[in-house]
Design a protein around this ligand. Structure first.
Ligand code: PLP
Length: 409
């Protein structure tokens, strides 16, 4: 999907052109009484015109709002925009990315069921599958998702879900989305893809055959680091069951104010991603040539194991990259800390997809809940730093990083 004969900037500009109209206008047709921005509806309950309207609303015969945990205009508008961006029949927003991920899996699986998931993934998702869901009888086999045969080999008669996170957090491991989605269909299973790292700018898993997409909207969708939220998207039959459990049953509803903030953030989503993806590719290519760096992970790099696959299944290579400092491992950890503390334009913080460039040490923060052995299987070494490109100038960021690397060594 990424035409290698075109300059990458042209690929990114074209992708931004495809999405920007949807970013600004999709889901914007709710009644707003002349206000250009949908006003925030801060109401926990909604009044009825008549007893019949109330009864009809409960029977789902009209679309009157009833109660804030069951629906709200800001939530509906945001869901329409997200469904449009992911090319989904419908979407359901949730209180956080973890609410979307945990609830989606729980809406499909019951005690005795089994999931196949990647070894390299966001640590809290891994913890959900490794520690929390087994308490309810749902177990998981973790596989090397880069190996096309690994999912098939792990399927058992109890398997219900093939779970993907690609490119993965934090080493950008790329799995073949179409192949896993086809495998799920052949075996009567459901496939779920966490598309947080790629975002619908860089990858649209539903178009590749996946059944459900989940996201942390806290990241690039909201984009401004001011609201926690999640979303799942796909066929109505699946999304409605998950929404009923997550939002109505487990109470993972998104606050209307967060819906407003994320909706506003989404209007500039494609422009932000075009800039951030360009910067990530620039920084990755320069870091590869930097003498202090031992290894760089970004799918745009020809040396990345998933480069060709990413080019075939993604619209862009994404805005996240990771790198390892070279030299002695013990010393690399100390130098890594000095890089984190030495940057001035980039910000030392967890999270990703922000307008600010964010730099973090996964082994001691985001992935610290994995034990050393699991971290090693997920390729999270002690010397690894993860960078989420923001929208600052690429040259300012490079000068910042180069300076911090020089001062650290
Ligand atoms: N999925 C991925 C890939 C993430 O990186 C994160 C958080 O960092 C999540 C899901 C969880 O999202 P949230 O923090 O919104 O619950």
């Amino acid at each position: 999907m990424i035409d290698p004969s075109l300059p990458y900037q042209a690929v990114l500009a074209a992708r931004a052109g495809q999405l920007s109209t949807l970013c600004v206008h999709a889901g914007e047709d709710a009644a707003r009484h002349g206000a250009l921005d949908l006003p925030i509806t801060l109401s926990s309950a909604f009044g009825f015109e008549s007893a019949d309207e109330a009864a009809g609303a409960f029977r789902r015969e009209n679309d009157a709002y009833i109660y804030g945990r069951w629906g709200n205009p800001n939530i509906d508008a945001l869901e329409d925009k997200l469904a449009a961006l992911e090319g989904a029949e419908t979407a359901s927003v949730t209180a956080s990315g973890m609410a979307a991920i945990s609830g989606t899996i729980m809406s499909i699986c019951q005690s005795g069921d089994h999931v196949v998931a990647p070894r390299s993934m966001y640590a809290e998702s891994a913890r959900l599958l490794r520690e929390r869901l087994p308490r309810f009888g749902v177990t998981t086999t973790f596989v090397d998702a880069r190996d096309p045969g690994a999912y098939a080999a792990a399927i058992r008669k109890e398997t219900r879900v093939l779970y993907l996170e690609t490119p993965s957090n934090p080493v950008l491991a790329v799995a073949d989305v179409g192949a896993v989605a086809r495998l799920a269909k052949e075996r009567g299973l459901l496939s779920i893809a966490d598309n947080t790292f790629a975002t619908p700018f860089s990858q649209t898993p539903l178009a590749l055959g996946v059944d459900l997409v989940v996201h942390s909207m806290t990241k690039a969708l909201g984009g401004h680091g001011d609201a926690i939220g999640g979303v799942l998207a796909g066929r109505r039959a699946l999304v409605d069951v998950a929404r009923d459990l997550i939002v109505k049953g487990l109470g993972g509803v998104l606050a209307p104010f967060n819906a407003f903030l994320i909706d506003r953030g989404l209007r500039t989503f494609a422009l932000r991603q075009a800039q951030a993806c360009a910067t990530a590719a620039t920084l990755a290519s320069r870091l590869v040539a930097h003498p202090a760096i031992a290894r760089v992970y970004h799918p745009s790099l020809p040396g990345h194991a998933g480069h060709a696959l990413a080019g075939a299944q993604m619209h862009a290579y994404g805005s996240l990259l990771s790198f390892e400092l070279g030299g002695d491992a013990e010393d690399a950890l100390e130098r890594g800390k000095r890089v984190l503390e030495g940057v001035k334009v980039a910000t030392h913080a967890v999270s990703l997809g922000d307008v600010r460039t964010l730099l973090v040490h996964p082994a001691s923060t985001t992935h610290s809940t994995m034990n050393a052995e699991t971290r090693a299987l997920a390729d999270v070494t002690d010397g690894l730093l993860r960078l989420s490109a923001g929208i600052e100038g690429a040259e300012d960021l490079w000068a910042d990083l180069e300076g911090a690397l020089a001062r650290a060594s």
